[in-house]
Write a protein that binds this ligand. Structure first.
Ligand code: SAM
Length: 235
């Protein structure tokens, strides 16, 4: 998968050089290219923002650098890229979104700052790819970088070969619409706290039932909104 990121703070993405995604890049599974939006400015101050038409607080990102950046990045793009603008006013990012994006070959992330990007950029981008405005959640960040990073990590780990054991992806929170069951490792007793005996029983059927019960209990307690009618029947 190819991922292009446009930001005025490209060093935010240095972290993509470490851990699983760093290794995936090294192995050619992920081709991540980070671009400084200011490469497409021509004035002495490398200006990317200006005051909003109609007045109001804050600054708005200018359309010209964004237009040129997106034109350049998508010029050699085949097939059609998904152009993602992180935005608190977008659809909320979920594991289903991550699964969907992991099927695509080319993602472009446009990270806004200030009060956001001139609206016309989204209209122009729609001629270059499939545009998605995606929110990390119902809160406001200072910029799109942290949101883009979260999405890149969630999508990247779904690409075959990135996570060593693909089984570990199947059992995770949100994959089956439930939160994951609790996990334990050695020692069996630690500071007076015991590992649930069923996990030491070697009885795989009993372990699977216990884990499902735990998943349902946790989800009911912490995220009842995730429980659809399918799971209500099992409870
Ligand atoms: N004025 C904008 C609004 O009210 O919708 C918020 C702008 S915010 C300070 C600057 C940038 O941070 C946005 O353009 C977007 O890229 C990013 N951002 C902020 N909150 C976000 C969120 N919850 N999810 C994704 N991106 C977010």
């Amino acid at each position: 998968m190819r991922i292009d990121v446009v930001s005025i703070f490209p060093s935010f993405f240095d972290v993509l050089e470490v851990s699983l995604l760093g290794r995936a890049r090294g192995r050619g599974l992920l081709d991540v290219r980070v671009h400084d939006l200011r490469e497409w400015t021509y004035d002495r101050h490398r200006t990317v923002d200006d005051t909003p038409y109609g007045g109001g607080a804050g600054m708005v990102m200018k359309p010209e650098p964004w237009g040129e950046a997106l034109d350049a990045i998508t010029a050699d793009a085949a097939p059609l890229p998904v152009i993602i603008f992180p935005s608190p006013a977008g659809e909320v990012f979920t594991q289903a979104t991550a699964r969907e994006l992991a099927q695509r070959e080319h993602l472009v992330f446009g990270c806004g700052r200030y009060e956001g990007i001139d609206e016309r950029v989204f209209t122009h981008a729609a001629q270059l790819g499939e545009v998605r405005l995606i929110s990390l959640g119902d809160y406001v960040l200072n910029g799109g970088e942290v949101a883009a990073m979260a999405m890149i990590e969630a999508v990247g780990r779904l690409i075959p070969g990135v996570v060593g054991n693909p089984e570990s992806l199947v059992e995770e929170s949100h994959e089956e619409g439930l939160l994951e069951y609790p996990s334990y490792t050695k020692p069996a007793a630690w500071r007076g706290l015991e590992v649930p005996p069923v996990l030491l029983s070697g009885n795989h059927g009993a372990i699977a039932s216990w884990r499902l019960e735990q998943q349902l209990e946790r989800t009911r307690a912490r995220r009842p909104d995730l429980l659809g009618s399918d799971h209500d029947g099992a409870s």
